[in-house]
Design a binder for this molecule. Structure first.
Ligand SMILES: Nc1ncnc2c1ncn2[C@@H]1O[C@H](COP(=O)(O)OP(=O)(O)OP(=O)(O)O)[C@@H](O)[C@H]1O
Ligand SMILES: O=C(CO)[C@H](O)[C@H](O)COP(=O)(O)O
Length: 290
C-alpha cells in the first residue's frame, strides 16, 4: 500500500473487458484533473510471440500441455512487483508495450508480437494505473495486492468472457475461431490456478451476466450488448459503501446480498463513476497531503 504514490490495479482474463474499464477511469482522471501513468499487463509477458511459440512447444514435448500466457512463469511478475514497489516508494518506474497487431505496430514502430523498449514513466504523476491479467497475484514469489491501494476485478461469466475474447481476437487481431478456441482450452489450467484466485484479493468485482442464451459461445454471432446483460458488483468490504445512494442513483438496481448490488448492463459506466470517483479523489487527496 502506498499513500504518497497510490496504485490502482484492474485485473481480468483476456477479453474480460479491462481495456473497456480503463476508458471509464480515463474519463474520471480527465474530469478530476488527475495525472495517471498507465501500464498494461501484457508488457510483462516473459516472451515475445516467436519465443512463446518455441517455449510452448518445448514444454509440450516435455509433457506439460498447461503452459500459457495465464501461467505465472510466462510473465515477469517479479519485475511487475518491483515496478509497483518502486512507484509506491518514489513515484518512478518503467514500462513497455507488447504489440498485438498492425495498428499497434504502426503506433509503436515495432512489428506485431514484439515488445517496445522499456521507457521511464513521466514525472509528477498522481497515481499508477495497471490493467491486465495478473494485477492481484499473491503466490510464493510475489504479493501484488499488498502493494496496490485499490484492486478491481473484471470477470464476466465464462461463456460471455469467451464470446468477448473470440470476437475481439477475430476482429482486431486476425485469429480464427478455431485458433482462439485452442488458446482457451490450453489456458484453462492456469485460468483456474493463476487467474481466478486473484478475485478473492480484489476490493470490488464486476461480473457481467448475459440475459440472453450464450449456451454455445463458439457460434455466437455478436457479443451480448449492455442491454442484454446485468452486472453484479461485489464489495469485499462493504463498510463505508453507501448502498442506498447507489441503488437510488442507478435505476433498476437492487441489492442481492449484503455486499453486492445488481445493475442493468447499460449502467456499468455510471456505476463505476459513482463508485470510483470518490475513492480516486480520496487516494489522490491523501497522497497530496502525505
Ligand atoms: N461491458 C461491456 N459491454 C459490452 N461489450 C463489452 C463490455 N466489456 C467488454 N466488451 C467487449 O469485449 C471485448 C473485449 O474487451 P476488452 O478489449 O476491454 O478486453 P480486455 O480485458 O482488455 O482484453 P485483453 O486484456 O486481452 O486486451 C471487446 O470487443 C469489448 O468491446
Ligand atoms: O491478450 C492477451 C493476453 O492478455 C494475448 O493473448 C497475449 O498478449 C498474446 O498475444 P498474441 O496472441 O497477440 O501474441
Amino acid at each position: 500500500m502506498s499513500k504518497k504514490h497510490p496504485i490502482i490495479s484492474v485485473t481480468g482474463s483476456s477479453g474480460a473487458g479491462t481495456s473497456t474499464v480503463k476508458h471509464t477511469f480515463d474519463q474520471i482522471f480527465r474530469r478530476e484533473g488527475i495525472k495517471a501513468v498507465s501500464i498494461e499487463g501484457d508488457a510483462f509477458h516473459r516472451f515475445n510471440r516467436a519465443e512463446m511459440k518455441a517455449e510452448l512447444q518445448k514444454r509440450y514435448d516435455a509433457g506439460d500441455p498447461t503452459f500459457s500466457h495465464f501461467s505465472y512463469e510466462a510473465n515477469e511478475l517479479g519485475e511487475l512487483e518491483r515496478v509497483f514497489r518502486e512507484y509506491g516508494e518514489t513515484g518512478k518506474g518503467r514500462t513497455r508495450h507488447y504489440v498485438h497487431d498492425d495498428k499497434e505496430a504502426e503506433r509503436y514502430g515495432v512489428p506485431p508480437g514484439e515488445f517496445t523498449e522499456w521507457a521511464e514513466f513521466a514525472n509528477d504523476s498522481d497515481l499508477l494505473f495497471y490493467e491486465g491479467l495478473h494485477g492481484a497475484v499473491a503466490n510464493d514469489e510475489v504479493n501484488l495486492p499488498k502493494l496496490a491501494d485499490l484492486k478491481i476485478g473484471v470477470v464476466p461469466v465464462i461463456n460471455l468472457e469467451w464470446i468477448q475474447k473470440i470476437h475481439r481476437d477475430r476482429d482486431s487481431r486476425g485469429y480464427s475461431t478455431e485458433a482462439v478456441t485452442d488458446v482457451i482450452l490450453r489456458r484453462m489450467h492456469a485460468y483456474v490456478h493463476c487467474i481466478t484466485p486473484q478475485f478473492t484479493e480484489t476490493d470490488v468485482n464486476f461480473q457481467r451476466v448475459p440475459v440472453v442464451d450464450t449456451s454455445n459461445p463458439f457460434i455466437a454471432r455478436w457479443i451480448p450488448t449492455p442491454d442484454e446483460s446485468l452486472v453484479v458488483i461485489r464489495f469485499k468490504n462493504p463498510r463505508g459503501i453507501d448502498f442506498s445512494y447507489l441503488t437510488s442513483m442507478i435505476g433498476g438496481s437492487w441489492m442481492s446480498r449484503a455486499n453486492s448490488i445488481v445493475i442493468p448492463g447499460g449502467k456499468m459506466d455510471l456505476a463505476m463513476q459513482l463508485i470510483f470517483t470518490p475513492m480516486v479523489e480520496r487516494l489522490v487527496h491523501e497522497a497530496r497531503r502525505a
